[in-house]
Each structure stands twice: as structure tokens, then as C-alpha cells.
Design a protein around this ligand. Structure first.
Ligand code: 6GU
Length: 236
């Protein structure tokens, strides 16, 4: 999978070098390229923002650098082995909420472009223009406000990247995670069986695999009911 990121803070994405995703990049499973939006700003100060039409607080990202950046990246990638157009993701608190289902949809694509906005947002015309280059999605991490799209893009890249075959060593560990089946994960324990007066539940030491599976399922339902009842309304 190829992922391009456009940001005025490319160094935010240095952490992609480490851990699981770093190894995935080393193995050639993931081709991530981070671009500085300012390389497509041509004035002396490499300006990427301006005051909003109609007035109001803050600054708005100008359309021209975004148009050039997205155009250059989309046409560069189309010379590669891609058979479908890119998905262009704009992290935005005004977007649809990102879920595990969104991660699965994005993981099935060959090319993702993340356009990270700052300030009060990006000139609205950029989204319309981007729609001529690929499938545009505005995606939010949840109902709270970050200073820009970078941290959100990073979260999405990690959630999507670990679904690419080969990135996570043991594929079984993908299915037993919270949210994969619409429920929260069951509790996990390791040795020692007794620690500071706290004991591992007897059932897990019983060797009865059927009973263990049933207990884990019950734990999943119980925690989901207690912590995230909204998930139960949605799952079957
Ligand atoms: Cl994707 N962007 C920003 N700026 N704030 C957010 C967000 C995204 N998701 C939640 N809050």
C-alpha cells in the first residue's frame, strides 16, 4: 500500500520510522511518503494561509498549494502499479467518525493520501477539486478538537497499516482485538497466577477450552454493557 501525507509539519510523522509500521516499511509492505505543503507555496515566505472571506477568527489554508500538492502526488502515484484511484482523506472534526470499519475500508485500497489541515481549516474548494483526483473522505477521530490533522492522520495510518497482511506477525491477534467483532476485548492475564493478593480467574487455569471461550464471551458482553452500551445497540 502507498500512503502519501501532506502537512506543514512533516516531522510529526518521524515516529512512523519506529515500531510495527517502521518494520512494515522496511519489508516493503507499506510505502509512506511525507510531503511539506510549503514546497508548493511559491512566495518568499512560503505562505499557506490567509484571512477568511466574510470575516471571523483565525486563518484559512489557501487553495493553490493544496491543488498543486494533490495534483502532483496523484499523478506521480498513477505512474506506479495502481489499478484504482486514490482515497484522499482530510482529517477533520467536521467529518464522519473513524471506526474499525473505516480502517478496514481504507486498508483494502492501494493508495491513500492524507491532507492535514491546520488553522481554521482548508478553503472549501480544495475538497471539490480533490474529488476530481480520487475519492474524498473527511474523517474525524471523535467529538473533540485537535490543533490540526497530523495526530489524527497518524492514528488512522496506524489503524489501517496494521490491517495490511504481513504487518502484524500473528494474524490471530487481529481478530481478537476490541472492536473487531463490535465488542470490547476480554481481560487478559499472564504468570504469576497469584500476584500481590490478586488471583487469575480459576477458569483460565482449568484447561477447559470450551468453558474458557464461553467465559471470555461473557466478559466481552459484560464490559461492553458497562463501558460502551452504545456498541451493543449497533452489534448483532
Ligand atoms: Cl481528524 N482533526 C482535528 N483538527 N480535530 C479532531 C479530529 C480531526 N478528530 C477529532 N478532533
Amino acid at each position: 500500500m502507498r500512503i502519501d501525507v501532506v502537512s506543514i509539519f512533516p516531522s510529526f510523522f518521524d515516529v512512523l520510522e519506529v515500531s510495527l509500521l517502521g518494520r512494515a516499511r522496511g519489508k516493503g509492505l507499506l510505502d509512506v511518503r511525507v510531503h511539506d505543503l510549503r514546497s508548493w507555496a511559491h512566495d518568499r515566505h512560503r505562505t499557506v494561509d490567509d484571512t477568511p472571506y466574510g470575516g471571523g477568527a483565525g486563518m484559512v489554508m489557501k487553495p493553490e498549494p493544496w491543488g498543486e500538492a494533490l495534483g502532483a502526488i496523484a499523478s506521480d502515484a498513477s505512474t506506479g502499479p495502481q489499478t484504482t484511484g486514490p482515497v484522499i482523506v482530510f482529517p477533520s472534526p467536521a467529518g464522519e467518525v473513524f471506526t474499525q470499519a473505516t480502517a478496514r475500508e481504507l486498508a483494502a485500497r492501494e493508495h491513500l493520501i492524507f491532507g492535514c489541515g491546520r488553522y481554521e481549516g482548508i478553503d472549501e474548494r480544495v475538497f471539490a477539486h480533490a474529488a476530481s483526483l480520487g475519492e474524498v473522505r473527511l474523517i474525524s477521530l471523535g467529538d473533540y478538537v485537535l490543533n490540526g490533522g497530523e495526530v489524527a492522520a497518524m492514528a488512522m495510518i496506524e489503524a489501517v497499516g496494521r490491517l495490511i497482511p504481513g504487518v502484524v506477525g500473528n494474524p490471530d491477534s487481529l481478530v481478537e482485538e476490541s472492536h473487531e467483532d463490535g465488542l470490547l476485548e476480554y481481560p487478559s492475564y499472564t504468570k504469576p497466577a497469584s500476584w500481590r493478593g490478586l488471583d487469575v480467574p480459576d477458569i483460565l487455569l482449568s484447561g477447559n477450552h470450551g468453558a474458557i471461550a464461553a467465559w471470555r464471551r461473557e466478559q466481552q458482553l459484560e464490559r461492553t454493557r458497562a463501558r460502551r452500551p452504545d456498541l451493543l445497540d449497533r452489534s448483532d
